[in-house]
Write a protein that binds this ligand. Structure first.
Ligand SMILES: *Cc1c(COP(=O)(O)O)cnc(C)c1O
Length: 390
């Protein structure tokens, strides 16, 4: 029997990053020694004090509905986070807690965009942005970037892409999949264009704490009140606190936008999980020492993997400054990104994600959110693969 689905489902595709990860996990389950570089989540466990806070909340019966936008205690902790890390001050009413950073981005796009609107997305992009824009009946417009600018959009490119229909620009620094991090002055220049043209900024800052070397994270909201007035920050607990399964994210927005998101959420998910929110409070108000350790581990892995990739025939890789991905250009192998990934999985049992999922068929995404010996083993195999296809 053929089922008739809503037209909007014909406009979007399933998440390719999740699909490859699932396929690799299935192969592992059936006993095949697969090295998985597909993961979009840290390999570290959620810190114990965060888990304990959720356990305590459950034991004490904190198991009922909470306010739709999240408990005040958590929203207050989030305002402290923005003051402490970003030097931007928000009222708790401007914070909405949602079921993950992805849900946060979805909500923001839903309340701001509609038919006839254009949303500018720098490509390569995080897989879900264009699909979320299409689900809002708006149109994603891509600004193409590559290795020559370190995968960064220039202010001129942005200016030339903005039209009377542009509603929103999505920025994601540090970036998934490229690891690119805008310098404060590069970011300021982009924000200036948005301010001049009257375009909102969705700033997805979920990787803000995962930056290496001299890279430095700034939020466009921190450039001054007029910038804060056009910026909506999307954030979450998944990456810096390794809480992917908790489904907890948040945004900071001008009050009318925060209210609209709360209204939307009141008819979809309602509040995020009550006891997860208590874990969120512990994550923000508790010690942040784990971050030093994780950052050091990630940087060591990045440095090692970058050097190995740069030595592979047909591969070019620029240095990512943040997140936990490398985005090598594999076009020198003569394969497109899907062929590369399929053959690599088949011949060498290594799972990476085809760049086409992120808008670039010349690249693949390698996650180094896995232990060093796995990274060594996987890169040995990938090296052999590239040599055999050279
Ligand atoms: C991981 C990620 C998110 C949010 O993930 P959640 O698990 O939904 O919190 C948002 N944006 C980017 C770019 C990400 O990589």
């Amino acid at each position: 029997m053929e089922y008739k689905l809503a037209d909007r489902m014909g406009r979007i595709n399933p998440s390719m990053t999740l699909a490859i990860d699932a396929k690799a996990k299935e192969m592992i389950k059936s006993g095949i020694d697969v090295v998985g570089f597909g993961a979009g989540e840290p390999d570290f466990d959620t810190p114990d004090h965060i888990k304990q806070a959720a356990v305590d909340a459950l034991s004490s019966g904190f198991t009922k509905y909470t306010p739709v936008a999240g408990i005040v205690e958590l929203r207050r902790a989030i305002t402290h986070k923005f003051e402490r890390d970003n030097h931007v001050s928000y009222a708790p009413e401007q914070i909405v807690v949602s079921c993950g950073g992805k849900h946060t981005c979805f909500n923001i796009i839903q309340v701001l965009c509609q038919q006839g609107d254009e949303v500018i997305i720098s490509s390569p992009y995080w897989v879900s942005y264009p699909e979320m824009v299409k689900l809002a009946n708006a149109e994603p417009v891509f600004v193409e970037t590559d290795e020559s600018t370190g995968f960064k959009m220039t202010p001129d490119q942005l200016r030339q892409t903005i039209t009377a229909r542009t509603r929103l620009v999505i920025l994601n620094s540090p970036s998934n999949p490229t690891g690119a991090v805008y310098t404060p002055s590069e970011l300021q220049a982009l924000a200036d264009v948005c301010l001049e043209k009257g375009v909102y900024i969705l700033s997805d800052e979920i990787y803000e704490h995962l930056i290496y070397g001299d890279a430095c994270h700034r939020s466009p909201a921190s450039f001054g009140p007029e910038y804060k007035a056009i910026t909506i920050i999307a954030h979450g607990f998944a990456k810096a606190w390794s809480m992917t399964g908790w489904r907890l994210g948040f945004c900071a927005a001008p009050l009318p936008i925060a209210k609209a998101i709360t209204t939307l959420q009141s008819h979809s998910t309602s509040n995020p999980v009550s006891f997860a929110q208590k874990g969120g409070v512990a994550a923000l108000e508790g010690p942040q020492d784990h971050l030093l350790e994780w950052r050091a581990a990630f940087q060591k892995r990045r440095d090692y993997a970058l050097e190995r990739l740069q030595a592979m025939p047909g591969v070019i890789c620029c240095q990512p400054e943040g997140a936990f991905y490398l985005f090598p250009n594999i076009s020198g192998t003569g394969l497109d990104s899907i062929q590369f990934c399929e053959l690599l999985l088949e011949e060498q049992k290594v799972a990476v994600v085809p760049g086409i999922a992120f808008g670039s068929d010349a690249n693949v995404r390698i996650s180094y959110a896995t232990d060093m010996s796995t990274i060594e083993k996987g890169l040995d195999r990938m090296d052999a693969f590239c040599r055999s296809h050279a």
